[in-house]
Design a protein around this ligand. Structure first.
Ligand code: K1U
Ligand code: ZN
Length: 173
């Protein structure tokens, strides 16, 4: 297993739609392991393949809350939202590609998602609470969409400028 570098916004790869995964092979299994390690290390509750510069429709997540809770890592390949609730919920979202910036985003409170697992089997499950928010945030990444795209243009520009400054500082070392 290895830690992968997380892309920081703005980056053209974070604005591009990812490609479907045609088959689960050793490269995909290794990527899943690396993404989980990278997510736990960050730390984060989710990570999508484009955030580590891999343009595959694949995400990992683990929204277990308590520090001492048993980890519940999930790997979703080619995930699709098959149903969304009318009811909405608002969550103060963050993003590992937009460090230290948070904003309230409104999304469906519950979603049903269908995906392929690492065993090649199709699974369908309903998510609510933080799991629902997270899976929608991660599927957005697979479509080249960031949580700041839901914000008013001025707020989005402000965050983007902060990230440009951060990237300049990181490049200087
Ligand atoms: O996709 C990502 O960038 C990961 C992101 C997922 C996410 C967070 C909040 C709402 C929706 C989706 C993160 O994990 S940001 C870090 C974070 O939220 C967190 C970190 C440590 C403990 C608990 C939460
Ligand atoms: Zn994100």
């Amino acid at each position: 297993m290895a830690l992968r570098k997380i892309l920081i916004h703005p980056d053209p790869r974070l604005k591009k739609a990812a490609d479907p995964v045609s088959a689960v092979n050793d490269d995909i299994r290794r990527l899943a392991d690396d993404m989980l390690e990278t997510m736990y290390d960050a730390p984060g509750i989710g990570l999508a393949a484009p955030q580590v510069a891999m343009m595959h429709r694949m995400l990992v997540m683990d929204c277990t809350k308590e520090d001492d809770a048993t980890p519940a890592p999930m790997v979703l390949i080619n995930p699709q939202i098959t149903w969304s609730s009318e009811e909405r919920s608002v969550y103060d979202e963050g993003c590992l590609s937009i460090p230290e910036q948070y904003a309230e985003v409104e999304r469906p409170a519950e979603v049903e998602v269908e995906w392929m697992g690492l065993d090649g089997q199709t699974t369908r499950e309903r998510f609510d609470g933080l799991w629902a928010t997270c899976v929608q945030h991660e599927i957005d990444h697979l479509d080249g969409k960031l949580f700041i795209d839901y914000l008013k243009p001025l707020k989005r520009q402000m965050i983007t400028r902060k990230m440009q400054k951060l990237k300049r500082e990181m490049a200087r070392g």
